[in-house]
Design a protein around this ligand. Structure first.
Ligand code: ISL
Ligand code: CA
Length: 579
């Protein structure tokens, strides 16, 4: 009885500021809250057999590089058999490795190789849709009576037209006519990516069996592709003008999402010690929080894109202000102890972080890439790094549409031009926002094709700056972006304050400097980032007097805060500790 009474006292006290520490202790410790994820887009990571396409043996050849970097978890973008209408996000066989990537033995060798070094592997679960070349779809399309018909979503036409006016994210209608009965099937993405019908319990069981197959092989969890879209509004309502510009408002608000996620957790995930992160494209912070509330037993984490995609309006990249951006970090760090944020600035669907958030000119590229490293690895939440970010790879200089590969860019081309936008404008915007920027091959050395392949060419152009920006050059240079990431990964691993500490923005209105503390679990850390091309004087509060400089991206001398102002060079990043 006494202990119960004591617990109530602690719980009540936890509402008061002065016992913040006990509150922090109430955050449930999980390995996936403490570790750092590195995303690999296998097509572009490393080619081992000279066909110009990345593959699993290529990744295996770089496990030591990943181990040296010091990341803890690898997220592998889809490695499954696929016709590559959307580079693997259109799966033809969920239990087979894509031929270009290698064999199941290669996959097992990769998984074991990572595990031997204490590195975990999560794989991409793409179950909102499959490929139209999947056996299920071929059966489903063959006739209305086929037992697989209801694995997908079929509707009769409406007066000879599509069932409703829903758009595909990849251009045109979300409905495509197919099969002998003249009906239409639903596809939120490309025509070759028909949406699976989660209303069908048989389909859901098929998905759960696929999950168990990979979990029983030993994978450590899943990144769940567009998982909020799996529940569809069964009345399939027409969209008004505003919705047509934001179809995700309808697509990501289906009525049975939580029921499906809870069932998936109960039937599969709860039987394994794994992590799940949902790609929550287009969903609200509130929905993201409901999906990841640990009391609801749905998924652990979700990518909220508001930070990474700030200023984005579809393929247009608008201006944005630093204080708006900082407010998003504060919002997601203010989540209570039942939620845990993700921290990321890019992925395979977004431009290179140093080009969007830093300054990728020769003068400031390395400094700003290191500044972003300090941001990613000192914020509150699980950091997700993307291949090439650790060496400050930049956007690609696209000069013509022929250089793009992306089905989303090609699929939207006609619609965009039909809306009156010129090809030049579309190209200029895509040079800021296009998905192919992050998909150009990883730059390993200053040799031909960046050391990505020893073949004649690569599936997508290698950035011409590979001769200066590549892993080998960075590894040789102790002051490189790569080694700055390594030092931060080490510091983060050893200091719980940077993992579970409270987050506080100490100057939220400042539109040049991003400065915040992490506190409450041991030492207090102060991070000061000059996110501008100008030198600035930053007023520093007396409370930080005596703080020690732990890491900086310039050659600093004054390593203890003494004066009232910090003189920061352009893109200077500093990490201080209270003692
Ligand atoms: O943001 C987007 C919508 O315009 C797209 O970049 C992206 O399609 C969206 O974030 C969903 O992405 C995921 O599902 C897609 C696939 O093309 C992306 O690569 C994947 O990350 C369909 O599977
Ligand atoms: Ca290859």
């Amino acid at each position: 009885m006494k202990n119960h009474f004591l617990l109530i006292i602690i719980l009540l006290a936890c509402n008061k500021q002065d016992v913040q520490y006990e509150c922090e202790d109430m955050v449930k410790r999980e390995w996936w809250k403490e570790q750092v994820v590195y995303q690999i887009y296998p097509r572009s990571f490393m080619d081992s057999n000279g066909d110009g396409i990345g593959d699993i043996q290529g990744i295996i050849s770089k496990i030591d590089y990943l181990d040296t970097l010091g990341v803890d978890i690898i997220w592998l973008s889809p490695h499954f058999d696929s016709p590559n209408a959307d580079n693997g996000y259109d799966i033809r066989n969920y239990r087979k490795v894509m031929e270009e990537f290698g064999t199941m033995d290669d996959f097992d060798q990769l998984l074991n190789g990572l595990h031997e070094r204490g590195i975990k592997l999560i794989i991409d679960l793409v179950v909102n849709h499959s490929s139209d070349e999947h056996r299920w779809f071929q059966e489903s399309m063959s006739s209305k009576e086929n037992p697989y018909r209801d694995y997908y979503i079929w509707k009769p036409g409406n007066n000879g037209k599509e069932p409703n006016n829903w758009p595909s994210f990849f251009g045109g209608s979300a409905w495509e006519q197919a099969g002998p009965d003249g009906e239409y099937y639903l596809h939120y993405f490309a025509k070759k990516q028909p949406d699976l019908n989660w209303e069908n319990p048989k389909l859901r069981e098929e998905v759960y069996d696929i999950m168990r197959y990979w979990l029983d092989k030993g994978v450590d969890g899943f990144r769940m592709d567009v998982i909020p879209l799996i529940s569809k509004h069964q009345d399939f309502p027409e969209m008004d003008e505003e919705m047509l510009n934001h179809p995700e408002w309808i697509y990501a608000s289906g009525p049975r999402l939580h029921e499906f996620l809870n069932e998936m957790n109960r039937k599969v995930l709860s039987n394994y010690d794994v992590m799940t992160v949902g790609e929550a494209f287009g969903v609200s912070p509130e929905l993201t929080q409901r999906m990841t509330d640990e009391r609801r037993n749905e998924i652990d984490l979700a990518f909220l894109f508001d930070i990474a995609r700030i200023g984005r309006d579809n393929w247009t990249q608008n201006e944005w202000k630093l204080n708006e951006w900082k407010a998003l970090f504060t919002m997601q760090s203010a989540l209570d102890r039942f939620h845990w944020p993700t921290i990321f600035l890019t992925n395979h669907d977004n431009p290179r972080s140093v080009s969007k958030f830093g300054n990728d000119s020769p003068e400031y590229r390395a400094a700003s890439a290191k500044l972003l490293a300090m941001l990613l690895l000192t914020q509150r939440g699980t950091p997700f790094l993307y291949q090439g970010e650790e060496i400050g790879m930049t956007n690609y200089p696209f000069t013509s549409f022929e250089q793009f590969d992306d089905v989303e860019i090609k699929g939207n081309y006609d619609d965009v031009l039909a809306s009156g936008v010129s090809a030049e404008t579309y190209l200029a915007e895509l040079n800021k926002s296009g998905r192919d920027h992050a998909r150009t091959p990883m730059q390993w050395s200053d040799t031909i094709l960046g050391g990505f392949t020893d073949g004649e060419n690569s599936w997508l152009g290698v950035n011409p700056n590979y001769d200066e920006i590549n892993a080998e050059t960075d590894i040789r240079n102790p002051n490189s972006v790569f080694h700055f990431y390594r030092r931060l990964l080490d510091i983060r691993k050893d200091n719980e304050s940077l993992i579970y500490g409270e987050y506080l923005d100490i100057d939220p209105d400042n539109n040049q400097v991003f400065a915040y503390t992490r506190s409450g679990v041991g030492d207090t850390y102060l991070v000061v980032l000059n996110m501008s091309d100008e030198a600035v004087s930053f007023d520093i509060n007396n409370e930080f007097k005596g703080y020690n400089l732990i890491l900086c991206n310039t050659e600093r001398t004054d390593d203890i805060i003494g004066q009232e102002q910090l003189k920061l060079q352009p893109w200077e990043a500093r990490l201080y500790r209270s003692n």
